[in-house]
Ligand binder design. Structure first.
Ligand SMILES: Nc1ncnc2c1ncn2[C@@H]1O[C@H](COP(=O)(O)OP(=O)(O)OP(=O)(O)O)[C@@H](O)[C@H]1O
Ligand SMILES: [Mg+2]
Length: 591
């Protein structure tokens, strides 16, 4: 399993939480006008809500008690009007927030994706893909929920609470005092519960990420799992994640769910208490019956905003945990962070001279993989890299287009230091056919054209012919218009290789890097590709990695790599004459 979450420790203290929240809110700043409208709509609906309860007082005192039926009907209409106004205001409010929230999350998602596109290969090598995915799904959902609902609900609950409180005091300060005796207790309990559930919600999100990462790995590795009959073990491992998630989700739910009944019971208790005291006040202190009725209504409503706020606070916490994880990626250093401000753009194109001067590189700086590599590729010449597995051949390819940067030494392209060259120009000048091919969902045509979107259909077909891919493509059901599944799983490995080569051919770059490009095809196809390759390599600087030495014989220079060092170099004939490592490899003698 890849290392877990190394890059982003999650900040935990309240100060960080506040920072994340403010940052999330800053995403809303473009929507100021709409938010001001929402603010007023909330005021209207709260006023309608709280005010309508207050109307009970005049309705009872002035119309019901004296038995004024026409007046009562009039009042009921007014009451109905107020209710309807409140409902309409809150409907519009939700509609607006829905839009605002949707837009904001879309922006956040776009930011996340565009940031991801700037991150170095290292980032993707060291993070679980499913775990990254869950930031787009689970974490975004949480944030979306908060932006469209929770924040405004919290705000209206706070307003309700204040409104209710004011009216309660207005009706009877003494009764209010009675009510709020229980209040600190409620707040205390709410705080305790919220604190607990916050912890679990945060953990829950993390576990969901891990579990998604695991699922992703298991989906892409199904074949290997089945081949080695690891289904049971995979299941057991999954059960561990699942069990962990169940446990933590259960606790998170438990604490947030506990809130409701706890608060309700206390509310009921409170209600009984207030009714008794209120009754006494009405009998002995002349509290009006309408006032008492309105007050009782309020005292029931009084607790609701508090426990709703507590619940919403939980949701907010989960969203903040999600936002934190999203921002953690948005804050990753892009790969071009330290690039020069005015990179060389090679207006006249790159010729393709590549020089390595004493390059040292390790994926982990403490463990060098390349140790003092020097080479000189003359434009248009072919250099072959051979050597045992793990010698560092692919690694040389990784640093040429700056997927990784060397720690020491310099790489010159047409005499210019690699790090002074515009990254995209540098990469456009090199086509790489990697050991592990990758194809995108789409047609064969689109896949070959990937490297140069403006290429015509004819150019694509020419490239396919060059790569010896044309004949098999013609035999596909829809030819060039055949849709490929994810990663071309409906093609054979060799066919995938051929498409990757065609893609490199159509890109028409001055430098070509071929890593084991012909390892998966049959002998006849291999000869075809070889011919195509030779044509493709004509006039380009090419680097070829091949395990079968027969395919590298015609290289202008062969570099023999061992353990990150070049131990022999020369032409095929020279190296054979030397009777060294290459000779041993070639003749099949191993030491
Ligand atoms: N992404 C990576 N992160 C960390 N270490 C890596 C990474 N890729 C390769 N390595 C290490 O670097 C060393 C050289 O790997 P490299 O891929 O260059 O070998 P290679 O010569 O291409 O081998 P092969 O012939 O098997 O393709 C290996 O020891 C490998 O463990
Ligand atoms: Mg390799």
């Amino acid at each position: 399993m890849p290392p877990k979450d190394k890059i982003y420790p999650t900040p935990k203290n309240p100060k960080e939480t506040k920072k994340v929240l403010l940052r999330l809110l800053s995403y809303l700043s473009k929507e100021k006008k709409l938010l001001i409208i929402v603010f007023f709509l909330i005021l209207i609906s709260i006023a309608a809500n709280v005010g309508s309860s207050y109307l009970l007082r005049p309705i009872i005192n002035d119309y019901i008690m004296p038995g004024n039926i026409p007046g009562l009907i009039k009042m009921l209409f007014i009451l109905g009007g107020i209710y309807i106004t409140g409902i309409i205001a809150s409907l519009i409010q939700y509609r607006i927030l829905n839009k605002v929230g949707g837009r904001t999350v879309a922006k956040l998602r776009a930011d996340l994706f565009s940031k991801m596109e700037t991150l170095p290969i290292k980032f993707f090598d060291t993070n679980k893909h499913g775990e990254l995915m869950s930031r787009y799904t689970n974490d975004m959902d949480r944030v979306s929920e908060v932006l469209t609902e929770t924040l405004s609900d919290m705000f209206s609950n706070i307003l309700s609470f204040i409104g209710i409180f004011i009216l309660m005091v207005y009706i009877s300060p003494l009764l209010t005092l009675t009510t709020i005796i229980v209040f600190p207790l409620m707040v205390f309990i709410a705080q305790k519960v919220v604190k607990k559930s916050r912890k679990f919600f945060k953990g829950q999100q993390k576990v969901i990420g891990d579990e998604n990462g695991y699922i992703e790995e298991m989906i892409s590795g199904q074949k290997v799992i089945k081949l080695f009959s690891r289904e049971k073990i995979a299941e057991e491992e999954f059960d561990k994640y699942n069990e962990e998630l169940r446990g933590i989700a259960e606790k998170a739910q438990l604490y947030s769910g506990m809130m409701m009944p706890l608060m309700q019971n206390m509310n009921t208790l409170n209600f009984v208490f207030v009714t008794i005291v209120g009754g006494l006040l009405a009998i002995f202190k002349g509290l009006d019956i309408g006032g008492l009725a309105a007050f009782l209504q309020y005292s029931r409503q009084f607790g609701r905003p508090i426990n709703e706020i507590a619940n919403q606070y939980n949701t907010l916490q989960a969203a903040i945990a999600g936002a934190e994880r999203i921002f953690n990626i948005i804050d990753q250093v892009p790969e071009n962070a330290n690039d020069t401000k005015s990179p060389v753009k090679f207006e006249n194109g790159i010729k393709g001279e590549i020089i390595f001067n004493d390059i040292y590189f390790g994926y982990n700086p403490e463990e060098p993989v390349l140790k003092g590599i020097s080479l000189h590729a003359v434009p248009g010449k072919k250099i072959a890299l051979v050597g045992a597995t793990g010698a560092g051949k692919t690694t040389i390819f990784n640093i040429m287009p700056r997927f990784y940067d060397a720690q020491e030494g310099e790489i010159l392209v047409d005499g210019i230091s690699q790090d002074k060259i515009d990254r995209s120009i540098l990469r456009k000048s090199m086509a790489i056919v990697l050991q592990d091919t990758h194809l995108f969902t789409g047609t064969v045509m689109e896949n070959i054209r990937y490297g140069r979107p403006e290429a015509t259909d004819n150019e694509v077909i020419e490239a396919a012919k060059l790569a010896a891919a044309h004949s098999f493509i013609s035999r596909l059901p829809q030819g060039y218009q055949t849709e490929l599944n994810d990663d071309g799983s409906n093609l054979s490995q060799g066919q995938r290789q051929l498409l990757n080569i065609a893609r490199a051919a159509v890109a028409d770059p001055p430098v070509l890097l071929l890593d084991e490009a012909t390892s998966d095809v049959d002998t006849r196809t291999e000869i075809l590709i070889q011919k195509g390759m030779d044509k493709l390599m004509e006039g380009r600087t090419s680097f070829v990695i091949a395990h079968r030495l027969s395919t590298v014989q015609n290289a202008d220079e062969i570099l023999v790599l061992e353990n990150g060092k070049i131990i022999e170099r020369g032409s095929h004939a020279e190296l054979l004459a030397k009777k060294g490592k290459y000779y041993n490899l070639y003749t099949g003698q191993f030491d």
